[in-house]
Structures are given as structure tokens and as C-alpha cells.
Design a binder for this molecule. Sequence first.
Ligand code: URA
Length: 197
Amino acid sequence: MVTWEQLQAMCGQCQKCSLADTRHNVVFGDGNPNADIMFVGEGPGEQEDLTGIPFVGAAGQLLDQMLAIIDLDRTQYYIVNIVKCRPPRNRDPQNIEQDACIPYLRAQVRLVRPKMIVCLGRIAAQRLIDPSYRITREHGQWVQKGQFWMTAIYHPSALLRDVNKRPETFDDLIGIREKIKELSPETYQEATAAKQS
Ligand code: URA
């Protein structure tokens, strides 16, 4: 199995799809590499491309605020994207780009070995849970796939565009907290203790 260092070096040099031509940085991943919970977005935006860190732009700031509601910060989870390089003008990553990049994500999942994977938005849910996944109907539902429990919530960019989706997402966040309590009591306790200190 590759090490983190080898994997990061491979991603840094990757030329497997045309997104490599326009990227400023490969956005590898961020957070706790030993976490029990992993969040998976779609692909880097402008700020992420410039900094090399996932979810640092407007959508990322909203995500941080959402996860703070359930006392989670990046010391308790790992966060990645389906593709590691920015699609031009923030278009959806094409299948050919996802296919090229997904082996890196799978290697990260093997290294982190999370118990729970939360997809952020339709693209990640259709790639990781089910190609016919309907985010409007199925968000917040948990399914077991192999050794992982998986769910999806609306992408924070969708919540920036449509505030009416936020109450449903609040319920989904509470569901995530319950799943963490059930499957990773250590993470739950850490999160609660960090809030009180
Ligand atoms: N949107 C994503 O899907 N990922 C990021 O890293 C930033 C915005």
C-alpha cells in the first residue's frame, strides 16, 4: 500500500487529465488523517485552487459553520474532493476527469479507514453511493456499503444559493451527530469536550 507521502507526491505530479493544464495547485485533502469520518466534495473552486486547501472559499466557510453546529472541526474529520484539480469556471467535473482522479481518493480512503463517509452534493453521492442517487429525495439517509456507513447532504454551494434547503440540512447534521455518537463515541466525546473547554 502506498504511504501518504508517496500518494501526495503522485498527486502533485499528476497529468492524468486536462485539469492539470489549468490548475495552480493540486488540492490533496485536509484534516485528521486518522479520522472516523470523511467528507467528500466535488472539486476545488478558485480559492481552493489558489491555496491548495479544500473548502476554504465561501462554500467552505458555510460548511465550517454548519459543522460547528454539531461541534466538528477539521481535527475530527478528513475532507477531500472527487477531483483534486479545479474544473475551469467551476463546471461539474466530467466523468473522464473523475475516472482519472478516483484512484487517488480510494487510496486516501484506504489510508484513513473512516467508519463514515458524508458526500457533499450530488456529484459525490452519485459517484460514491449510487449512480442514480437523487439528492433531493435521499439526502440524510444512511446506507451501509462494505465497511462504510455513507450518507449525502446538500452541497454548501447549493445552500448558499437556496436558503430554503437549510432546515433540511440542519436535520441531516443532527443525523450525522447521532451516527458519530453510535459509531465513534471517541469522536463524539472529543467534539463535546472541545466545545466545553
Ligand atoms: N466545492 C467543492 O466541492 N470542493 C471544494 O473544495 C470547494 C468547493
